[in-house]
Design a binder for this molecule. Structure first.
Ligand code: ADP
Length: 558
């Protein structure tokens, strides 16, 4: 076939192109689950359930039940494009909803149950969810909210008949297992345009009202392929993957899709995310790979350290969502033999952007220099393009020193937000709100989020760098650095510390810890000790709230 396209150089003239002669097959999410069922059919999906037990099934079971669920959703009156909401932990039923909804042309909408109830209602109403499926844990929440969710026609409890609540105020509550069992599975995944919406996730709202990112089948599939690459998460059929990152947080970073694509064995932790439960699951199910935010690893590491334990099969983990403290990277690698892949991304990017994996030329570097690279947020995966721009909008050099606002573009980066007409893009680039440097090898390092940067006398101080140093102190459990008002410098860094249990720390000890590790003028002016640092629903430090709590803090004047 010959197509004619306008010539870019000479107006009015066209150029004949020879078209490729390959099959036109849309990239659809249903192809992932059919692939997993056909080629990795007996590979196990293990789930710790809300009901308290461990459930085992296979990719074949998930695919069949997803088809039955697709039939059930159609029977409930769902039509193409309708949103199916979930309030659920990581588990096989949640996975079935992912595939049943997207696979049948509906849109999977995972809602973060850790948000405030008012935010949850706001998000469900903004997405206009038609069905809301929820784990029994969230029954009280749904009872409270049901009357405020006018678009939801069906509420579905993700359990079997035996565990259905005897009494509830949720109107016409349906039972997930009954819905699935009533169908015969005689259903073929439909084919449609690969640009059709597959799922929707809301940003966690650390920065204003939540906004919906609508992913497409094409973007999700391309993202899953990139995620699985050797310089990505390096997933293979022989891996046993335990996604600690919730399926309600940017689709568990794409793991439900990438696992089907590679045919991994998957272990879902359900609601049991404390250090002890996770450790026991890692060992019992021989987990080789995991992924989660730093806060989760903090809990797991505290537990293994206190009990003198080691991991016997755990080999690799992706840590992202917020900066992985270098001390955590070192402990996991040196003390426990777990390779840490530091990754960066965001809801608007499906979420993967960069991963910090070394190149072969780095093999010759001393360990410390290699670590320095691993601590960065890393290189882009193919498909993502990035740039840093200065205050004047001009491109900054990739020299590892010049910092600027980080911009991205690519087929799994959003073009616009759900229901919003104004484009968030600047000249075709999406501004991430992060401030970063990029070195000559393409390793990006986040130095701050634009709004978290501390501007002292016009000079930027990286709060992340200060937090990392504090986290390396043996007596510190968790640390955050925020800007505090200063009459002369405008802003100065204030260190907030949660000491390890039973450890007595002083302000002087912590400030002395910075000496020689950072320029003198960047050392925090003061230290505040707290019992707890506020976190967002996705486990990130809530800088805005912390700043609010400390707004009256008076820095020492000398
Ligand atoms: P939200 O922006 O709603 O809080 P996201 O999960 O989309 O939620 O967060 C994306 C942001 O998280 C990034 O823009 C960045 O500021 C931060 N982030 C993610 N991964 C990292 C990382 N590895 N290091 C530092 N910051 C990170």
């Amino acid at each position: 076939m010959i197509a004619r396209i306008p010539l870019p150089i000479e107006e009015g003239k066209t150029m004949a192109l020879l078209m490729g002669q390959m099959m036109q097959m849309p990239l659809l999410i249903s192809s992932l689950i059919t692939h997993a069922a056909r080629h990795h059919g007996d590979t196990e999906i293990v789930s710790k359930r809300v009901e308290g037990d461990v459930h085992r099934c296979t990719w074949v079971d998930v695919e069949l039940r997803a088809r039955k669920l697709a039939q059930a959703l159609a029977r409930l009156g769902c039509e193409a494009g309708d949103r199916v909401g979930t309030l659920a932990w990581n588990g096989y039923r949640h996975l079935e909803i992912y595939y049943a909804s997207s696979g049948s042309g509906l849109v999977c909408h995972t809602v973060n149950p850790r948000l405030f109830p008012e935010q949850i209602a706001w998000i469900v109403n903004d997405a206009e969810d038609r069905v809301l499926c929820f784990d029994l844990t969230f029954l009280p929440l749904v009872e409270k909210l049901a009357a405020q969710l006018p678009t939801v026609r069906h509420f579905v409890a993700m359990t079997d008949r035996a565990h259905m609540p005897a009494q509830t105020s949720v109107p016409n509550l349906l039972c997930f297992e009954e819905l699935v069992e009533a169908e015969n599975g005689d259903y073929r995944w439909p084919s449609f345009d690969e640009n059709t919406a597959s799922s929707i996730c809301y940003t966690s709202g650390t920065t204003g009202n939540p906004k919906g990112a609508v992913y497409s089948h094409r973007s999700s599939l391309l993202h899953a392929m990139a995620a699985a690459l050797p310089d990505g998460m390096a997933l293979a059929a022989r891996d046993t993957v335990l996604p600690v990152v919730p399926m309600f947080h940017v689709n568990a970073w794409g793991l439900p899709y990438a696992s089907a694509l590679t045919g991994c064995r998957v272990v879902f932790p359900g609601p049991h995310l404390d250090g002890k439960s996770l450790y026991e699951l890692f060992e019992a199910e021989r987990v080789s790979f995991s992924a989660g935010v730093p806060t989760v690893w903090l809990g797991l590491l505290t537990y293994v350290k206190q009990n003198g334990l080691k991991f016997s099969t755990f080999k690799r983990t992706v840590i992202g969502g917020s900066a992985c403290p270098p001390a955590m990277l070192k402990t996991l690698e040196d003390d426990y033999g777990v390779e840490v892949i530091h990754a960066w991304g965001m809801t608007e990017m499906s979420p993967l952007g960069t991963l910090a994996r070394l190149k072969s030329k780095h093999d010759a570097l001393p360990k410390e220099a290699q670590r320095h690279l691993q601590e960065k947020q890393g290189k882009v995966v193919f498909g993502v393009d990035m740039a840093i721009v200065g205050d004047d909008g001009g491109m900054q050099p990739w020299d590892g020193k010049s910092s600027g606002d980080l911009l991205v573009r690519g087929p799994w980066v959003i073009d616009r937000y759900f229901k919003q007409t104004a484009s968030p893009l600047h000249d075709g680039w999406f501004p991430t709100g992060d401030v970063a440097t990029i070195d000559a090898d393409g390793y990006m390092q986040i130095t701050d989020r634009s709004k978290d940067v501390i501007k002292s006398g016009g000079e930027w101080i990286s709060s992340i760098e200060l937090e990392n140093i504090a986290m390396a102190h043996p007596g510190v459990h968790e640390a955050a650095v925020v800007a505090a008002f200063h009459p002369k410098w405008d802003e100065r860094p204030l260190l907030v510390v949660v000491p390890k249990p039973g450890v007595e720390l002083t302000r002087a000890q912590l400030l002395a810890h910075y000496e020689g590790r950072i320029a003198k003028w960047q050392i925090p002016d003061d230290v505040v000790f707290v019992a707890e640092i506020p976190h967002t629903a996705t486990g990130k430090i809530q800088k805005m709230r912390l700043r609010e709590q400390l707004k009256d803090h008076k820095l020492p004047t000398t």
